[in-house]
Design a protein around this ligand. Sequence first.
Ligand SMILES: Nc1ncnc2c1ncn2[C@@H]1O[C@H](COP(=O)(O)OP(=O)(O)OP(=O)(O)O)[C@@H](O)[C@H]1O
Length: 457
Amino acid sequence: MDANLWDTIKSGIKNHVPAHSYRMWIEPIGLGGCQDNQVELTCANAFSQKRIQEHYGSLIRSEIEKQTGHPLDIRFAVSEKQSTVTPVARTRTPKPSVFARERQMELPQVATRLLSGRMLRKDYTFDRFVVGQNSDFAYSAALSLAAKKGGSLKTLFLSSHTGMGKSHLSQAVGHHILHKSPGERIYYVTAEDFTNEMVGALRSGGMDTFKEKYRTQCDVLLMEDVHFLTGKDRTQQELAMTLDYLFEADKKIIFSGAALPADIPKLNDQLRSRLSSGLVSPIEKPDFQTRLRILKSRCRENSVDMPMRVMEFLAGELEDNVRQLESGLIGVTAKHSLLGTPMDIELAESVVKNIVCRKRQITVEGIKLMVCKEFGVSPEDIVSKSRKQNFVRSRQMGIYLSRKYTDQSIQAIGRSFNRYHATAIHAINAVEKGIREKTAVGRQCEVLQKKIESGDL
Ligand SMILES: Nc1ncnc2c1ncn2[C@@H]1O[C@H](COP(=O)(O)OP(=O)(O)OP(=O)(O)O)[C@@H](O)[C@H]1O
């Protein structure tokens, strides 16, 4: 086989995969060499190699057989040359040592401390992310942003409901970049951290240092929970300016949030357009097969010998998000090992019951009534225009709990409480703050959550 034939084979593969997947995975594969019945294909890095092998191996094999008229023994290797926007060199011989050096699995077994912001969780790496149709695009984009030096993709916005892997992918980018270029200055912060830091700087007269830090001393910015910025005008202005500096200097930025930039209310136009200036990628709910693969992968990692039917049961029942799925796995393994209960469907059922806590039967109306009773307000008061403190508190609590325990969108919940989307987000933020700061509101919320979870609604 020569380079021309390999190009023909790739053209054949192009007809069978989506355009973005072709560009991302197939196009960069090089022909390393071909001898007798053996062909060596080179991939940009260890991640691509693993992914290509798992997802496209059989397609590549069958296309090669179609074009050459006979099956060939294929070996996927890692090219010495790093991934770039152009296809990798065709003839370079891969070195096993490069593969060993690039594997994220060899990261030290501690969370990674960064120059600024939060620590990266050691387990949030690309290796541990199970790709499904729901996250294929987001994964490819994050990997591309992390792996390509000088690539055109510099800014990525990941958006999803809770527990779908936004933090996991953002941090995987951080790990990947740090692993390859340990000198890179990566800042991993939430929008709230950024806001608090800025407010602190304003109070202490340290704004110049703050600006300098984010504008000129940061190579990669990973910012989570961008929806938190709703209505925070001063922070929005400062962030928009910071982004201009980072864009100008060609730095990499990943945002994540519970809503797409276009749907975050009370965001000024400057910031909104900057947030959407790169690639915007939603992550959807994983389907049954992906949930099952996530469970299998977690069981393998933790050497848990879970019967297939139990995994299928968990994957079938715990469909809201991956965090919930992980919680099911932890519940089953903990009960099994601590109490010696056999790992069977009965055990899985008991665990699932606690997790889903009748979620499907919990409605916004049910929550509204419970909150009204708790706060001593009427169903009319809670949806009224009144800003009396007790009404506001009960309304915010109702909105927060509805978001947590029902599948309704923020918009729909807002409507049920006679409020705009922006007010609903504000309400959720207010209760979350109360929980974090352990205020009376936070404590009251915990009591109500316990009630809901024990089925007392
Ligand atoms: N596709 C996936 N493969 C493997 N694990 C996943 C995947 N998606 C999510 N997870 C795991 O699920 C858990 C929740 O993911 P993560 O914290 O990234 O979600 P999130 O979208 O950032 O949620 P939130 O909006 O609540 O912060 C983590 O333990 C993460 O490792």
